[in-house]
Design a protein around this ligand. Sequence first.
Ligand code: FES
Length: 176
Amino acid sequence: MAIATTAEPTRRDMLFIATGAAAAVAVSSVAWPLISQMNPDASTIAAGAPIDVDLKAIPEGGIVTVKWRGKPIFVRHRTKKEIDEAAKAPLAGMPDPQADSARVQKPEWLVVIGVCTHLGCIPLGTAGSRGEYDGWFCPCHGSVYDTSGRIRKGPAPKNLEVPAYAFATDTKLTIG
Ligand code: FES
């Protein structure tokens, strides 16, 4: 009898705990969109609104990563050497042949979506980790991109994608 009395409240407690846990999960999943909507920048970005990049802040040879539509965008201020390498590279043998001139609006500025076209990792572009074509290297499975963001080696099938962008002024880039 004593055992039955003890067992009964335990089962009820379990139900309360389970119900409480479910309620907590429900509150969490409702709270996240509300919190997200309170952040105008996040909601603006999520909606795909254009973003501006101050090009004065990127020295020659520098790369910045900005976030647009939840994705990293690499904005690279290419050196003359990087431009020349991209322009002279033979298209024959490239997995996704595309002239550098078709990928940039101004030779000194390369703008690409920083998502590896293999399985979606973010390639590395810091000095010393750019891979043998001096572009980007994706360590996930070894894809190597050049200074035009074109795939040159490894399993990625396509070049880094170029997003829609425009030069609002000589020093302001608008992505989107
Ligand atoms: S995700 Fe980049 S090589 Fe596989």
